[in-house]
Design a protein around this ligand. Structure first.
Ligand code: ZN
Length: 183
């Protein structure tokens, strides 16, 4: 099999689904925006702050699918932790989780994420129904929640406020975790 533009797009979709499952996209440092395939002199791929992933056109007409997958996941890990992190520990941890998910069954993956997550914060949401929602771990605090406009709701109840707490903190007792929250 030879790599085509179609195959690159299909592989992008597959890898994106994986990355979005492992890391809630609202918390990505640079949310994905688009993919381009172009001549890159010395690299397989490149990620930018505007969420663009560039893939080298040198992949076209080669059978190097595994390398393409690794490159896509590598660039997604840059978008997740932030380009300013370079290839530091945080980057390698995120990439490790994406690469690991290539072979592990999903239950084992979930467990490994749970056991192994160096998140700094946890995002909570307080609803007008008096509920507290756990929106999961975050590497950084984002404006979207710090400067919340009051326009979100959950199952008919308005979200009154968001709060970041330290990830290592114990969580409130009446906490709700809902699979649909991470969509
Ligand atoms: Zn890199």
């Amino acid at each position: 099999m030879k790599i085509t533009e179609e195959i690159i797009q299909a592989e992008l979709s597959r890898c994106l689904a994986k990355a979005r499952k492992a890391f809630l996209e609202a918390h990505w440092a640079h949310p994905f925006s688009k993919l381009t395939v172009e001549m890159l002199a010395t690299k397989y791929g490149e990620a930018s702050r505007d969420g663009t992933i560039k893939i080298s056109s040198a992949f076209l007409n080669t059978p190097a699918l595994a390398q393409l997958t690794n490159t896509l996941l590598h660039e997604m890990a840059h978008l997740i932790v932030g380009l300013e992190q370079g290839h530091n520990m945080q980057f390698r941890h995120a990439l490790g989780m994406l690469l690991e998910s290539e072979s592990l069954p999903s239950e084992a993956l979930k467990q490994s994420i749970k056991n192994n997550t160096p998140y700094k914060y946890r995002l909570l949401a307080y609803t007008s129904a008096g509920e507290v929602l756990d929106l999961g771990g975050a590497y950084r605090r984002t404006k979207r929640y710090l400067q919340y406009k009051g326009n979100h709701s959950f199952k008919g109840a308005r979200i009154m406020k968001y709060e970041y707490i330290a990830f290592s903190c114990s969580v409130p007792e009446n906490l709700i975790r809902d699979e649909s929250l991470s969509k």
